[in-house]
Design a binder for this molecule. Structure first.
Ligand SMILES: NC(=O)c1ccc[n+]([C@@H]2O[C@H](COP(=O)([O-])OP(=O)(O)OC[C@H]3O[C@@H](n4cnc5c(N)ncnc54)[C@H](OP(=O)(O)O)[C@@H]3O)[C@@H](O)[C@H]2O)c1
Length: 302
């Protein structure tokens, strides 16, 4: 697969509310440091390389970038890198951010934000990105508590024009029901990929039935999570990759996209070659036989 000639349009499109995007996007979490995300004493990324990855992503047709104000290392902020690389922003670029438990100035995780603090986080994202509204804001949660109060606070910011569309992240089906009763939800961003939480499949289908995008994170990193991809993969994924002349990471991305037209990809990387490969994965068409093998691996929780 000739990565450099394939653009994000190959993956097809989806609408987040009124905002049309290519289904292959980009996650900004890996841009701010080399190695694991959120690590104490992380080595800051090379600024020029991070900026060039973002610009190359847009050149390759990526028009959906996932970010957060809490994506930072000691010397780099993902939002500020996005601002530096891409402002003035292309008209079709959709930037999705997330609010919820934030991080203090030294990087330590803080408890859940109160409704008042959520407004502050929205304003922080606006300042860092240099925008006067946010395209999509996910309420990211930890735990299983009701989200009504916090989601209601974001719905008021949406009514005030600071936010165009709302999503939710790290959530269960009951949270979607709760949120939909307050304001429209355009996306659910949850951990998902081959073998990762097969119990998410029913939720993924529910989202599709309701026209809500399902946006997996750690689709490549899998069990590696914050630490990132570990470099080895299962025999089944490697066999499918070999048959198509692509990488295991590309197979993992193509498989998530095969789960429904409402499933988006936001692969994260600070590596320009990986960026091009991830965009090219949108052109990979897995056969029925490939899907049977990978689906079975997934159901087994591999
Ligand atoms: N809502 C939430 O709670 C939440 C949680 C986590 C992440 N997210 C979002 O989801 C996005 C995706 O998650 P992610 O970035 O952790 O995971 P990912 O895309 O599943 O995997 C990233 C890892 O895979 C490597 N990688 C990427 N492309 C590759 C390729 N083509 N070949 C080989 N290795 C490759 C990266 O290393 P290199 O940098 O070396 O390529 C990194 O180690 C994040 O960027 C963030 O925007 C949201």
């Amino acid at each position: 697969m000739t990565s450099e000639t394939i653009t994000a349009t190959a993956a097809g499109t989806w609408k987040l509310g009124d905002l049309e995007i290519n289904r292959i996007g980009f996650g900004a979490m890996r841009l701010t440091q080399d190695g694991p995300a959120f690590a104490a004493g992380a080595v800051p990324s090379d600024r020029g390389r991070a900026v060039s990855v973002l610009r190359r992503a847009v050149e390759l047709g990526v028009n959906h970038i996932d970010t957060a104000a809490f994506y930072f290392s000691p010397l780099r902020s993902a939002n500020q890198l996005i601002n530096q690389a891409l402002a003035p922003y292309p008209d079709d670029l959709v930037i999705t951010t997330k609010v919820g438990p934030g991080r203090g100035p030294s990087g330590e995780w803080l408890p859940h934000a109160t409704p008042e603090q959520l407004r502050g986080q929205v304003e922080e994202n606006l300042r860092q990105l240099g925008r006067d509204h946010l395209d999509v804001v996910n309420l990211r949660i930890i735990g299983t508590d009701s989200i009504a109060e916090r989601f209601g606070a974001l719905a008021r910011l949406r009514d005030a024009g600071l936010i165009r569309h709302l999503g939710i992240s790290n959530v269960r089906p009951e949270h979607l029901v709760e949120a939909q009763a307050i304001a429209p939800v355009v996306c659910v961003q949850n951990r998902y990929g081959i073998g990762a939480q097969p119990e998410q499949d029913a939720f993924l289908r529910t989202c599709g039935e309701q026209g809500v995008a399902f946006v997996p994170f750690y689709a490549i990193a899998g069990a590696g999570g914050e630490a990132g991809a570990h470099g080895s993969d299962s025999d089944e994924v490697l066999a499918v990759a070999r048959a198509h002349g692509v990488s295991a990471a590309q197979v993992r991305l193509a498989w998530t996209l095969s789960r429904g037209p409402h499933v988006l990809a936001i692969p994260g990387t600070g590596n320009p070659d990986h960026l091009a490969a991830n965009v090219a994965a949108g052109a990979l068409r897995l056969s029925e036989d490939d899907l049977a093998v990978l689906d079975s691996l997934h159901r087994g929780g591999a």
